[in-house]
Design a protein around this ligand. Structure first.
Ligand code: EPU
Length: 337
């Protein structure tokens, strides 16, 4: 147990914030010991995974628990599919590479997403036409009230766009311990329709891509436009892509003929990056904070010296200007502490 512990290395924005207490746990027993300590001292709890979707705007006056449970198990389901189970503390991209090395398909479009396996169900991570709900089987969680281990299947997780029960009514009630995925060993479902994957495969001179090729293409695309958190502090997309009624979209289209949208029934999902860019934010810097010059949906700690509050204030300015210009209220995707 550490006291007054700096969380700077534990958040990919790289902002300074102190936890009153901090402990890293490697097993369920260590986790339960930490929970006992927080109970005895009535301390609020904060669980840290990869720290890639969190913004600290102030110190945390409680116990921060870094989840470092490790291990991957592979089990044959049938001649086409394997069940792969990874503990919460496994790094997401290393887990994807582990599966690709074994020629297990299903995760390739999710290559290079920052963070850990344990937080992947919380916001149903997604990229390039795949969301984890597509290959998710279940996850084991520790119920913080009963200290019993429970299993949540796809239905119970109530996955939505960057959403799950763990961000809604289950918030603060469970700790995800491990996650299982159903992956293919042959007849892979190769998805190249989304975004720039096809043109990137063409650039690479690949006609019949393998899952490893798709992963390579995704890695190239991400590296070409998303900042590496090891170099420049960021938490990926800062906002969700907003969903607006079709009628509102059509009105906006009259005024802004280039507005893009992905229709979904009576609603349209609009790329927040486009809205933010139209408001003049792309590449713009105020003090230590900027909107990334290649993808305005990503807010960066441009100088490395930004405070969480500065980043938060910057995001508020973006929200205000998008609201003023388009009457659309952007929602933050990153967890604010
Ligand atoms: N766009 C702009 N200006 C910008 C950024 C984007 O006009 O500054 C336009 C692009 O031209 C494109 C559209 O917006 O037509 C969508 O952009 P992109 O394909 O880059 O995807 P996104 O909607 O901005 C989402 C996810 C990303 C994920 C990509 C790829 C969300 C909030 N973000 O971004 O996820 O990598 O799709 O699938 O859904 C993350 O969650 O941290 C993340 C990076």
């Amino acid at each position: 147990m550490h006291e007054n512990f700096s969380l700077k290395p534990y958040n990919t924005f790289g902002v300074e914030a102190k936890a009153k207490y901090f402990v890293e746990v490697h097993s369920i027993e260590e986790l339960k010991d930490a929970l006992k300590f927080s109970n005895m001292n009535t301390l609020p709890l904060l669980f840290l995974g990869g720290g890639s979707n969190i913004l600290f705007t102030k110190d945390f006056d409680g116990l921060a628990i870094k989840l470092s449970l490790k291990g991957i198990a592979v089990q044959v389901l049938n001649k086409n599919e394997f069940l792969v189970t990874a503990k919460a503390g496994e790094n997401w991209h290393e887990f994807v590479l582990f599966c690709l090395n074994k020629n297990l398909g299903g995760l390739e479009n999710l290559s290079l997403i920052p963070g850990n396996v344990g937080t992947s169900p919380m916001q149903n991570i997604g990229a390039y036409g795949t969301e984890i709900k597509d290959i998710f089987v279940d996850c084991k969680v520790l119920n913080l009230e009963t200290l019993e281990i429970e299993t949540f299947d796809v239905k119970k997780c109530r996955f939505g766009y960057r959403d799950s029960i763990f961000k809604q009514e289950g918030k603060g009630k469970y700790v995800i311990l491990e996650v299982s995925f159903r992956l293919t060993i042959q007849n892979h479902n190769i998805k190249t329709e989304y975004g720039a994957i096809k043109s990137e495969l063409e650039n690479l001179g690949i006609e019949n891509p393998t899952i490893q090729d798709v992963s390579k293409a995704v890695i190239n695309i991400r590296q070409s436009k998303l900042p590496d958190p090891k170099v420049t502090g960021n938490a990926g997309s800062f906002f969700k892509n907003p969903t607006i009624p079709l009628t509102q979209f059509e009105e906006l289209k009259q005024k802004f003929e280039n507005i893009q949208g992905y229709p979904n029934g009576e609603f349209v999902k609009v790329p927040a990056g486009w809205l933010i860019e139209q408001c003049g934010w792309k590449g713009k810097q105020i003090g230590n904070v900027a909107s990334h010059q290649l993808q305005s949906l990503v807010i960066i700690n441009a100088t490395g010296n930004a405070t969480g509050q500065e980043i938060f204030d910057f995001s508020t300015e973006i929200i205000n200007s998008v609201k003023e210009k388009f009457s659309i209220e952007l929602e933050r995707e990153v967890n604010i502490i």
